[in-house]
Write a protein that binds this ligand. Structure first.
Ligand code: MN
Length: 159
């Protein structure tokens, strides 16, 4: 599931070499905490956005949310699904070098645990509970059905 993540980044260059990304290289890992995690990283790339990542099936399922994950119910924001990220990415903060994929600064905006209540990514809908410092409550991600809106979802809070 991490093939696309690896394809987009250069991990094997010597330290300090231009183009080497400071992002984590996926490692074999055993799950040490019982709870699934979520993280939202504020990513000051060419277009500022917030990356929502949910731990599902041993990877971080990921969405780029240009306007951020809503803090109140009644707001529906666009979320664009991106490639799966390794679990280690949940701790990543740093600066991705100019010219590289996702160039810009990444900062953790919120983090905590996440509980899947209903649905599945493959089904195109998810309902889940977030317990973070900033975000708490029940959220929904619903995929657009139209072919031309591939990878596009809506995220909104219900409770
Ligand atoms: Mn991003």
């Amino acid at each position: 599931m991490l093939k696309e993540y690896l394809k987009k980044r250069k991990f094997d260059l010597p330290a300090g070499e231009a183009g080497k990304t400071p992002e984590p290289k996926p490692a074999e890992r055993k799950k040490t905490v019982a709870k699934d995690i979520f993280v939202i990283q504020k990513h000051a790339a060419k277009n500022l956005h917030y990356d929502l990542r949910l731990e599902i099936s041993g990877v971080l399922k990921s969405w780029a949310v240009p306007k951020g994950v809503p803090q109140k119910s009644g707001v529906k924001n666009l979320a664009i699904q991106t490639e799966d990220h390794p679990i280690e990415y949940a701790d990543f903060e740093g600066k991705i070098p100019k010219g590289e994929y996702g160039a810009g600064t990444v900062k953790i905006w919120d983090k905590g645990n996440f509980e899947l209540l209903d649905g599945a990514v493959e089904k195109g809908h998810l309902q889940f509970k977030l317990r973070g410092d900033k975000l708490k409550g029940v959220y929904n991600l619903i995929k657009f059905r139209k072919e031309d809106k591939k990878n596009m979802w809506l995220i909104f809070k219900t409770k």
